[in-house]
Write a protein that binds this ligand. Structure first.
Ligand code: PRP
Length: 221
């Protein structure tokens, strides 16, 4: 790790649903930077006084930046973290960004039981998690990797089912899909690069303690 990297603590924040809650929580422990907004066209936002650097990346890329040490710390959903298979430390369950992963099918073509879907096509952003789930059920499936709007898959005949996250259930409802199998719960996690965790232990440890204190305070409020 070079001297400049040692001097700064670099935090990767995902665009999208987790950005606002993550940046707000960091703000509560004084980890702020001028111009830190999701819409910022500037991709690295620095707080010189506190030697903090925020980078804003695509959600699925956060574990990659952290694994390679381009960011020391990151915030990411457990679902995306598990799917990535990246070798990072998971330091804290932040509690927000609650959702669950599940399998859904078009209501109108619902089959009698889960195993009736064996050997059919499933559209998903999470092929690794999906495969582990179906293997555990003894089901072989064909996985079709999509990058968004997964619910479209069965509507246009690309797949018989989807494996995706559900937060409020609105997207399933609006597309006449029904959840038929629960896979796992997910919340936002604070992750760290393994080397950074050792080299910047004091800073990272202090940050985790401060975040935990804020979270406990809010839980008891
Ligand atoms: C996620 C997910 C569902 C939706 C679920 O998509 O893939 O489509 O949110 O939320 P709901 O249960 O509250 O309706 P996201 O908005 O992240 O965009 P994407 O479809 O482009 O991945």
């Amino acid at each position: 790790m070079n001297a400049e990297n040692m001097e700064y603590l670099t935090i990767a924040l995902p665009k999208g649903k987790l950005f606002k809650l993550s940046s707000e929580l960091f703000g509560k422990i004084g980890f702020t930077a001028e111009g830190l907004t999701e819409k910022s066209r500037k991709l690295v936002i620095t707080n010189e006084e506190k030697k903090l650097r925020f980078i804003i990346t695509k959600t699925a890329d956060v574990p990659t930046y952290v694994e390679y040490g381009a960011a020391d710390i990151g915030i990411i959903g457990k679902d995306v973290l598990m799917e990535s298979g990246k070798d990072v430390y998971e330091l804290l369950d932040m509690g927000f960004g609650k959702c669950h992963l599940m399998m859904a099918v078009p209501k109108a073509q619902k089959r009698a039981k889960l195993t009736d879907y064996a050997h059919t096509r499933v559209a998903t952003k999470f092929p690794h998690i999906a495969e582990r789930f179906f293997n555990a059920q003894g089901m072989q499936m064909e996985y079709i990797k999509l990058n968004g709007s997964i619910e479209l898959g069965p509507i246009v005949g690309l797949s018989e089912s989807i494996v995706d996250i559900v937060e409020t259930g609105t997207t399933l409802k609006e597309n006449d899909l029904e959840e038929i199998a629960y896979i796992m719960d997910a919340t936002a996690r604070l992750i760290s690069n393994r080397v950074s965790f050792k080299m910047k232990f004091e800073r990272i440890h202090g940050m985790v303690k401060a975040l935990r204190a804020v979270m406990e305070q809010e839980a008891n409020a």
